[in-house]
Design a protein around this ligand. Structure first.
Ligand code: CA
Length: 357
């Protein structure tokens, strides 16, 4: 009896030590991940969102989760991000959901929609209006998780070689314009294409395309588009472009709970940081346009064109959602939220700005 008691105590003690050792090993285990981006290594501020996220994660986890960022010049597959994260070659990606519309139409609306929500409205929809749940629902079959990855705010409508005075001026133009806006332009008679960021200038210079949209003054002017296509149009098509972080679901589940929380928090914070960084870049660039780039002509598309775009937008939405229940669910949710939030935006920001410009 006495012997038995001693053995039991010993067993309990060794089990305790083993347990502590396991916990210590788990706490010290270093996870080394890789993240692939659609962007080149100097494409600020897009590349900064994943870079800052990885720096925060490493510091907050005391080095237990390390994420290497591979820009597009490394993996050479700017539009292969979803596939690479899905396949597990990369645990994470940083890109934009509307680039995957050809693979899965349900992924289209999670970036921005023409005539859709502004950035604050859309962030409210994502985090408090059911948007995140719908995004995870749409990505579930790909076994990846998607999170907001930084917002550009309202984008400029793009660069054209000639002034657009009528619908006829648009017909036959070859334009780089992604997402649902591309579908609208195609319906108006343009030839629409998507081109990787690193090849935009050359494509315009060589005449592969006649016009393009990219982001806003903060990012566009550095690209030099104005040297070839000086007509710079105000936006209609991307009022709140949200980039995305993609995470391989299996890899995420293997992380201890504290590292999961650190990762999610760092993604959210770096996204917000990119939004304000881009706002700052655009504000400064806009301020310099009149002085430093007098050849740039700022224009707004004529009413005839805007009306035709809105009509095409409404018709295409009906066509596209016909046999797509999930796409319809997402778009209906966005539309309902926009209606509600816009009334407040009008009451607060719009009326304030109207009287204070
Ligand atoms: Ca764009």
């Amino acid at each position: 009896m006495k012997m038995f008691g001693k053995t039991t105590k010993l067993l309990v003690a060794s089990a305790l030590i083993a347990g502590l050792a396991t916990a210590a090993t788990a706490a010290q285990k270093v996870y080394k991940w890789k993240l692939a981006t659609t962007w080149g290594p100097t494409l600020h501020p897009f590349i900064d969102a994943p870079t800052k996220m990885a720096e925060m994660v490493e510091k907050m986890s005391d080095g237990r989760l390390q994420i290497r960022i591979d820009a597009s010049n490394k993996h050479k597959s700017a539009f292969g991000i979803l596939d690479m994260v899905k396949g597990g070659q990369y645990e994470m990606g940083h890109s934009a959901s509307y680039y995957w519309k050809g693979k899965d139409i349900n992924l289209l609306p999670f970036t921005t929609m023409p005539f859709g929500m502004t950035a604050p409205e859309q962030y409210a929809w994502f985090y408090y209006g059911g948007g995140m749940e719908l995004m995870q629902k749409a990505y579930a079959k790909h076994k990846v998780l998607s999170y907001p990855g930084g917002n550009t705010g309202n984008q400029m409508g793009g660069w054209f070689r000639k002034e657009i005075n009528s619908l006829d001026d648009l017909k036959g133009l070859k334009m780089r314009i992604p997402g649902f806006a591309g579908e609208i332009m195609a319906k108006l008679g343009l030839t629409v294409t998507n081109i990787a960021p690193g090849e935009l200038y050359t494509s315009l210079e060589r005449g592969t395309i006649d016009a393009l949209e990219w982001v806003g003054p903060g990012m566009d002017i550095k690209m030099g588009f104005h040297k070839i296509a000086p007509y710079y149009y105000t936006g209609w098509h991307e009022p709140a472009t949200e980039l995305q972080f993609l995470v391989n679901e299996r890899a995420f589940k293997k992380l201890p709970k504290d590292l999961q929380e650190i990762l999610v928090t760092a993604m959210k914070l770096s996204s917000y940081d990119m939004y304000i960084q881009n706002y700052d870049m655009s504000a400064k660039a806009w301020d310099s346009i009149a002085k430093e780039y007098p050849n740039i002509k700022i224009k707004t598309l004529p009413k005839e064109v805007m009306d035709a775009m809105k009509k095409a937008n409404d018709e295409l939405l009906v066509e596209m959602t016909k046999d797509q229940p999930l796409l319809k669910e997402v778009l209906d949710s966005q539309k309902a939220y926009q209606k509600k939030a816009r009334a407040w935006t009008e009451m607060s920001d719009y009326l304030y700005l109207k009287d204070n410009l």
